[in-house]
Each structure stands twice: as C-alpha cells, then as structure tokens.
Write a protein of this length. Structure first.
Length: 241
C-alpha cells in the first residue's frame, strides 16, 4: 500500500512548541508525532509514503533519514509556498510509485491505530472514488443535563455524541486527485463528490487523536503509556453516551 502524509501544518495553537519545530515534529514521550504516525502506517502494510512538508521541512527530512522506518520507503514533497491540504495532496500524488493504485491520505499530526488494511479492502470492494475514515465524535467539554424545572440532574464529562467525526484520513482512487485544486483545501471537492454519491464511509472505534492543543499532548502521552491504546466501545448512536 502507498500513502500521502500531510505534514505541512504550522501548529499555531501549539506555540511556543512550534517556534522551532513543525507541528508533526512535536515530541510525545520523546518521539515526534510523525514517528508514531509513520510506524502506524508501516504496521498496517504501507510500504511507500510521500511526506508533504512545508515550514521547517528540513527538520522532518533530517529526522526521517536518521531514523528510518524499516521497509518503509519515503519520498518528500517540499512546499515552497503553501498549497493547502488539497493542493499538497494533488502535488504529492505525482510522486506516488503506483499511480494506478488507491492511496491512503493521512494527517501527520495524528496518533492512531485505525485498521487501514480493512479500510482499503472496503474501498476496493466499493464503487466509490473516496472512502472517509470516521470515528465516534466526543465533545471536548463536559456537559450538564437539566430537568424541566431547571434543576441540574447530571454531569457528563466529554460525552460521546450521536455523530461520526471525520478522522482526516481517507482512501482515494487514482482519479480523485484530478478533482483537487492546485492550491487550497479539499473540503469543497469532497462535498461535491459526496453529493454525487461517490464517497463512502468506513466507521471505526479504534484509537485516534489529533494533536492540536497542549492538552492533546498530555492526553496522548497518558494513552501511550497504557499497555494498549484505548478504543471506544462498540458504538450505538441510539444509546446515551
């Protein structure tokens, strides 16, 4: 399998950690986020990856060359001007070694153990041009339940909500990349294809965490110290969180 890893994010909400490091290189338990990400890809069967780098790209390239992931070949796309997620994905696709095969596209600032092999099998068996990987949506905030008399009846800490969240990882058929803009994000492209019924979902309760805030780092570190990464329970949207 082959993958495109988007690692050009500046991580402005993680300042000052990103003053000297690209977001994907922020350390978690002494290793960059990108290290966990690339090892996950390799563990799921990815053998070739294109890493799209932006600001401070030399830090990513140097680390990957000095700390190679066994049996994972990496090529680099350096964005000399910001292309956006869509533009970077389209440009990176030109470097894929198997242009006629489906590709995984993922965000290099996430830690996960989502089952990419299963998702790829699902994609190949469908007629879709794109398979979005979805995870249960959990509120970042605690919520308060109240009765009709305005008395507080219950507190729930970061409850799971009856929706699915886009994990930012998808599997794309080769023809998808031509729909992407040369500069800008991919959101409108995916929405257009979804209206044409060309996008399917792959729902999973496996571990997924995007590192966007300082507290995401500490929570990811706590999770990574566990014997195995925590998974959500089997998700039933009709059941209260």
């Amino acid at each position: 399998m082959q993958a495109i890893v988007l690692a050009g994010g500046k991580g402005e909400r993680l300042w000052p950690l990103t003053a000297t490091l690209p977001k994907a290189m922020i350390p978690i338990l002494g290793k960059p986020i990108l290290s966990y990400h690339l090892n996950w890809l390799r563990g799921e069967g990815v053998t070739d990856a294109v890493v799209a780098c932006g600001d401070k790209s030399e830090t990513i390239i140097e680390y990957c060359r000095e700390n190679p992931v066994r049996n994972l070949r990496i090529r680099f796309l350096i964005e000399h001007e910001l292309l956006g997620r869509g533009g970077a994905t389209r440009k990176a696709a030109e470097l894929l070694p198997l242009p006629n095969e489906p590709s995984i596209v993922s965000q290099g600032d996430t830690v996960s153990d989502m089952p990419l092999r299963e998702a790829m099998e699902s994609h190949r068996s469908s007629l879709a041009i794109l398979t979005l990987m979805l995870v249960p949506y959990r509120s970042r905030f605690g919520v308060v339940e109240i009765g009709n008399d305005n008395f507080v009846t219950r507190f729930r800490e970061k409850p799971r909500l009856p929706y699915w969240a886009n994990a930012g990882t998808f599997i794309a058929s080769p023809e998808f990349f031509a729909y992407l803009p040369t500069k800008g994000d991919e959101d409108s492209t995916i929405e257009l294809l979804a209206r044409e019924h060309r996008v399917i979902s792959f729902r999973t309760s496996h571990y997924w965490r995007s590192i966007d805030l300082q507290k995401d780092i500490s929570e990811a570190e706590a999770d990574l110290r566990l014997p195995s990464l925590p998974h959500e329970e089997s998700y039933d949207p009709s059941r209260p969180a």
